[in-house]
Structure formats: structure tokens, C-alpha cells
Design a protein around this ligand. Structure first.
Ligand SMILES: Nc1nc2c(c(=O)[nH]1)N=C([C@H](O)[C@H](O)COP(=O)(O)OP(=O)(O)OP(=O)(O)O)CN2
Ligand SMILES: [Zn+2]
Length: 147
């Protein structure tokens, strides 16, 4: 939900940036224990990502807000998440659940941040799937993107 208050993450970096995004996607959870969620259905996801660092780039940015939007909202908007290369219906760690989608957003963002000279880091991904359900993903300290 845009403009809501998100859980904060403690850190010692000088700069912290947050970007809200939303995207409409279809998905299904490919396991019998998921009940009705086995059927394809859609959500308008709301994501908030928290980026921090001590140095700005030549533009005075920690990271360009627009590149975050491209990596997440534009990538997933109006798609079937199960068809995206990041997800795999054969492995629960890659089913497009809220947990896995949040982790995937982190991995995509951190992979981009690793290419930047000022070396910002993604500290938190907040992902709301429904009005009543959301996940917060925080990487383990020192752990960066695996993909
Ligand atoms: N831990 C998880 N549990 C569930 C997930 C998930 O990704 N992680 N996903 C689903 C379904 O995909 C569903 O879209 C969301 O379920 P739910 O929160 O139950 O949605 P409702 O709108 O029906 O919830 P209300 O409480 O009635 O608002 C299920 N579980
Ligand atoms: Zn769902």
C-alpha cells in the first residue's frame, strides 16, 4: 500500500532510500496443500525496497529510483509469475509465493547494486500480496545476491 508506514531496519549507513512500487501479476502455488491458491489468480502487489549506503554516485543518487522500478515493477507487471525464469514449479524454494517473490526482488536488486561503484546494499524488501498478507525479506548480514 503506497504511503503506508513500513517496518524499519537498523543500520549505520549515512543514506537510506526507499522505493514503493506496485505491479499486477497472476500466479498459482503448485502444491495440493495450497488449496484454492493452486488455481491461477491475480494480485496487485505492493513492494517497498530499502537501500542504504555511505556514498552517492556522480548523479548524487544512492541508486536511481527508476532503475529499481525497471528491475521490479516493469519486470513483473502483467505477467504470470510462474512463467518467469526466476520461478520454478518443481521446487518450493522457487514457487511464486509471497516469500519467494520478496526474496527474488531482493536478489534482482542486489545484483544490480553490486555493479555500482558506490556499492549500496538492499537491506529489506516488504511485499504485500493482499490487503491482509505481506512478507518482509531481509538478507542475512553479509549475504549478497546468489544469482
Ligand atoms: N505463507 C504464505 N501463505 C500463503 C501464500 C503465500 O504466498 N505465502 N499465498 C496464498 C495465496 O496465494 C493467496 O493469494 C493469499 O492468501 P490469503 O492471505 O489467505 O488471501 P485472502 O484474501 O483470502 O485472505 P483474507 O484473510 O481473507 O483477507 C495463501 N497462503
Ligand atoms: Zn495468490
Amino acid at each position: 500500500m503506497l504511503q503506508q508506514i513500513y517496518p524499519s531496519v537498523a543500520h549505520d549507513f549515512s543514506y537510506e532510500l526507499n522505493k514503493d512500487m506496485h505491479f499486477a501479476s497472476a500466479h498459482f502455488v503448485p502444491h495440493e496443500s495450497a488449496g484454492a491458491c493452486q488455481n491461477m489468480h491475480g494480485h496487485t502487489y505492493f513492494a517497498n525496497v530499502t537501500i542504504a549506503g555511505d556514498e552517492l554516485d556522480e548523479t548524487g543518487f544512492l541508486v536511481n529510483f527508476q532503475s529499481l522500478k525497471k528491475l521490479v515493477a516493469k519486470e513483473f507487471d502483467h505477467t504470470l509469475l510462474n512463467d518467469h525464469e526466476a520461478f520454478d514449479d518443481r521446487d518450493p524454494n522457487f514457487f511464486p509465493t509471497t516469500e519467494v517473490v520478496a526474496r527474488t526482488i531482493y536478489e534482482r536488486i542486489q545484483k544490480h547494486l553490486d555493479t555500482l561503484e558506490n556499492k549500496p546494499v538492499c537491506l529489506q524488501v516488504f511485499l504485500r500480496e493482499t490487503p491482509t498478507s505481506y512478507v518482509v525479506y531481509r538478507p542475512k548480514r553479509g549475504k549478497k545476491s546468489e544469482s
